[in-house]
Write a protein that binds this ligand. Sequence first.
Ligand SMILES: [Zn+2]
Length: 119
Amino acid sequence: MAGRPQERATNKALAVLEYMNAFFDKHGYQPTRRELATHFETSTSVIDYRLQMLASWDLIVITWGEARAIKIIKPERRKITVWLCGYPDCTYYSSVGSMRCSEHVDYEPIKRNFEENEK
Ligand SMILES: [Zn+2]
């Protein structure tokens, strides 16, 4: 199933986080944006977009200007649930309950569960 655009974008962003966790477990440091772009066979600007999505959910912190500038925060949190507005271009999300976007009330919220890789 292709899924709705917002859902696909979310899954791609979460795939980046999953890879970052696996990379960190193996190397002890985070991959660079270029290394992420190479792994996902895409451009660094696409990676930036996905990283900004993760940062907007408080899953990572990006500190620009440093060589390895991406930090995963709250590593003790093994399970993450995010609710998204189901409307295609809406970026509303909530990590608290199933709170809906107040604008697109007719759209069913999308629930996304993410579990970090177990070693
Ligand atoms: Zn919305």
